[in-house]
Design a protein. Sequence first.
Length: 524
Amino acid sequence: MLIKRFGILFIIIICGLLLTVSASANNITVNNVELKNLLQVSPTAEIEFDISWEKSWRYGDNFYDAAWIFAKYSVDNSDWNHATISSTTSVGSGTGLSIDISTDNKGALLYRSAADFGTLSTTAIQLQWNRQSDGVAYNAAKIEIRIFAIEMVYITQGSFYVGDTNNSGTNCFFRADGTYVKDEALGPYQITSEDAITVGTANGNLYYDDDNTYDGDGAGPIPAAFPKGYNDFYVMKYEISQGQYCDFLNTLTQSEQNIRTADTLTAEDASGHYVMIGENITAVTYRQAIKAGPDPADGQPYSFGCDLDEDGILNEANDGEWIACNYLSIMDLMAYADWAGLRPITELEFEKAARGPSAVVDDEYAWGSTTIETATSSLANAGAANEAANQGNLNYASCSPDGPYRCGIYADSSSSRQNAGASFYGVMELSGSLWERPVTVGNATGRGFVGTHGDGALSSGYANNSDWPGYSGSVNSSATGSGFRGGNWSSGSSYARVSDRNYAALTNTFRNVSYGGRLVRTSP
């Protein structure tokens, strides 16, 4: 029995019957899942599975990609819960692989331990599930487990620069010299540790403009606990895709789904609606293709998929599951982060992920130069896993069609860093596509962020980390502390520059055609 899902692999055990299901997400494929030792009187059981993904790499000690792997479980058709992973018993049959269990036991990072490039494929990985700590009995009648995998890129520890030497119109970071003249940048600022950073116009300080309400208050300090990007971390290789957001929605209760979509689901009349755009929308808008499936039984969760071609059949080969997910509010993004065991990226980490340790190039984009290739004017294989652009390396206002494209669209086997639009470390679409939504240093709320990770559990559909943007009382229900970096498909190219901070502290709570995001995980 095979049941297709995007971005997950799930198995159902009913009275000892094992059903194995395979699926793929954004070049990651997980299949052949099996629970070992399930019926033994033991606090743990092993989850065994195969995994592969394309365009994986490792060069030397500090340049490699990885997969963040986590699991959700349901017992006797109950709500979905995050599985506790206590250890690994096997890294699979492939050679040169390593796996690190996160310190909070919310998941694992799989990556190459030896230099190589191409498709990574391994079988029989085993993660030890501590079902006892999750309250799951060894003889439960019915257990369903879903495994999720997200492609990540390792960002190494080390010093780097923020800002630019040409501050005109960008409100960038810069190093003050005591003779600060407004709108005259005095050089980029080097971050050399995770120590607190003094903000001000005195000689040697970090400074940034406070000439409008969107770039910040010009204040500080930036506390030691605020993640600055000096320490190593993992960042999502791509922005969240529409298929990945469907995966998220498909593990929520109906009331939670109602909060994390723009349509009204509780009336149970949303079947066939494109639910991220607004109320009762029946047509794709700016390539947002997430649609609700048939109306469920009273109070039961909806099933979501993508339908870019508008033929009423979800998740066909050309239905857009691999397109970056727009119409995400900051609360949607925070909820996804909490659910996945990840955390928001900071705007300092954003510049580190783009530029690496390299010297600053004035007005550079994430690929390290000011060169924008001829704008995209058409797509081949639209909506498919191999959707391709006829030209370009930046999705911005001069491109067509309007909307986000497939995650990683500009990269192929022969691409240079510039052709691919890739960052120093190989992170895709940090310039253009959709706005990134990092934690800002431009207000006190943002500066209070200490880098906690999500625990996999939402509070009535909201994230509940008290240091995250928008925390109010018990949940993250506003946008205070967040901002915008990296530009988007509907704006001019200048906003896509690495140092641009025009909207770095802008607070918006709504969903928009150009709002997306990606997340990070502090290195174990």
